[in-house]
Ligand binder design. Structure first.
Ligand SMILES: [Zn+2]
Ligand SMILES: [Zn+2]
Length: 537
């Protein structure tokens, strides 16, 4: 989950605090964040949190981090704006956000941290050069070397080279794509494919990408202008993040190009482009709702083109393909996955770029970070040739391992507590009032609630009142009034769902879960784990 602590004596700084979305087996959990036990036990030593860029896997746990450790947070303006957006959902006392610019140096205890501009799939990403009493530690964060970024902010190779010349003790570098040969494409590499979509579409052009992909959004807006289409933004994150980027001067939006979502249906389809969030088929996202014709602003018509400008993240295939099926059923031409020219490019450096970084920095010690073990191992192999120019050792660490450096050298040292904390934070479109950690303690206090829904396989509808089974949910005895009312809540959710939604069990489970959760929280102030079960009878 991308969190790293650097300690010198009694001073600790922390780099990034990410989260991840749960795998399928963690039913009912919204997000997973890192266990902060080590930092909490050493709270008097923690001087600050530094965030390299605004991706969820680097900032998603910041609110949880600050709830435990209220230290200043350092990052670029855009990154901190995305942090603030996350913080709004949490009720935290005053938070100290400190905006930095590339080339700026911040001193925290014995650490002097210089921020170095790098290119990545998100704008305003930085690497860190951290000068310590023992030498310089460089942490690249996520990067690729994009020679033509859409914001024209070039990768600051020069500063890395300067540090390399003066001598670097330890390099920590992004390994995500170390198993890909060659160079990763520029963000501009998607333009030919997007241009083809714009030049050939007969109906609406609907493009979905991550809301943080400002490079991608800029190119869609530019093409829309060139092809005489207005742009509507759909999805809360798409609207908020473009607004943030625009207000910081990172996204150019020509006057008059935006249209309101409520005007989509009444506007000429050939004059309409839509940027929508939800590329991963997340059940409650805007695009998933459009796919089952349950979005108030957009109904797909035959002839519309939908392009998913993102990677299909492993584990999400089922949700994505189900969504694509729904869109195709409504007559949309859906483009997704890898194609040539590409609809999507990675944000991470391939082997040649990683080699360039290693050659510029020429560290004494090297530690590949970010990626699975195989990618760390491949990255380690890429660094072998540096042994002729001063590289002494390469360390591959597991989560929880520590690396110790002193005047004698570097070595793996003891382990610290790590792990994952599962958080059930209210449904996606719900305001989170009270964050609840759903670990064993939570389960033992609030129990578990299983709504059991029987769907008739001929009619596709639920024809009997849903059953609800509970375990350890003290607020309701079997047959109690509360449970009877809860059954009605579930029944209403089912009644208010379209036949098409009813075929999509992922969507149905999420709807039932969020409605029932809201009801139970209101009635009992409890937040049991709710796991809907759907059976075909
Ligand atoms: Zn990233
Ligand atoms: Zn990352």
């Amino acid at each position: 989950m991308n969190i790293l602590a650097l300690r010198y004596g009694d001073d600790i700084i922390v780099v990034d605090a990410g989260m991840m979305f749960p795998e399928d087996e963690l039913l009912g959990v919204d997000i997973v964040t890192p266990d902060l036990t080590y930092l909490v036990e050493n709270r008097d030593c923690v001087r600050g949190l530094i965030v390299t860029h605004g991706h969820e896997d680097h900032i998603g746990a910041v609110p949880f981090f600050l709830a435990e450790l209220n230290v200043p947070v350092y990052g670029t303006a855009f990154t901190l704006a995305l942090v603030s957006r996350r913080l709004e959902e949490h009720d935290l006392p005053e938070v100290k956000l400190r905006t930095v610019k590339p080339r700026q140096v911040v001193e925290l205890g014995p650490f002097k941290i210089e921020f170095i501009h790098v290119t990545h799939s998100i704008v305003s990403a930085v690497s860190l050069a951290i000068t310590t009493p023992l030498g310089v530690v460089i942490h690249t964060g996520d990067f690729k070397v994009d020679p033509t970024p859409t914001d024209n902010e070039l990768f600051d190779l020069h500063t890395f080279a300067e540090y390399g010349k003066r001598g670097v003790l330890l390099l920590l570098s992004d390994s995500t794509n170390s198993d890909r040969p060659g160079h990763t494409g520029s963000e501009r590499a998607v333009r030919p494919r997007l241009e083809e979509v714009f030049s050939q579409a007969d109906g609406r052009v609907i493009i979905s990408c991550f809301s943080s992909s400002i490079h991608r959004i800029q190119q869609v807006i530019d093409l829309a202008r060139e092809y005489g289409r207005k742009v509507a933004l759909l999805g809360r994150s798409m609207i908020q993040v473009t607004e943030i980027a625009h207000s910081l001067g990172l996204l150019e939006i020509p006057d008059g190009i935006l249209m309101r979502p409520q005007d989509i249906q009444s506007t000429n389809k050939r004059k309409t482009a839509v940027l929508v969030s939800g590329t991963q088929g997340e059940p409650m996202s805007a695009l998933s709702r459009v796919a089952v014709d349950n979005h108030k602003s957009l109904s797909i018509d035959p002839g519309d083109t939908v392009a998913l400008s993102s990677r299909i993240i492993p584990g999400n295939e089922r949700g994505i393909f189900r969504m694509v099926d729904h869109l195709e059923r409504r007559g949309a031409d859906v483009m997704y996955g890898s194609m040539n020219p590409p609809l999507h490019v990675s944000g991470h450096a391939s082997a040649e770029e990683l080699r360039l970084m290693l050659n510029l920095v020429r560290p004494r010690y090297f530690m590949p970070i970010h990626g699975e073990y195989r990618q760390l191992a491949k990255h380690a192999r890429l660094a072998e040739h540096l042994r002729h120019v001063g590289l002494e050792e390469i360390f591959i660490l597991d989560a929880g391992d520590t690396l110790e450096l002193d005047h004698h050298g570097a070595r793996k040292a003891g382990r610290v507590t790590v792990g994952r904390i599962c958080i059930d934070s209210g449904s996606v479109d719900d305001v989170v009032e009270d964050l609840v950690i759903r670990d064993r303690k939570h389960l033992s206090e609030d129990g578990i609630v299983l709504p059991i829904i029987a769907i008739n396989k001929h009619t596709g509808r639920s024809e009997t009142l849903p059953e609800i089974v509970t375990r350890g949910f003290a607020a309701a005895e079997d047959g109690s009034e509360l449970l009877q009312a809860a059954r009605q809540v579930v029944a209403r959710t089912l009644e208010n769902s379209s036949t098409e939604e009813m075929t999509d069990w992922g969507v149905m489970k999420e709807k039932v879960r969020s409605d029932l959760k809201r009801f139970i929280a209101k009635q009992t102030s409890r937040r049991p784990l709710i796991m809907p079960v759907i059976l075909e009878v």
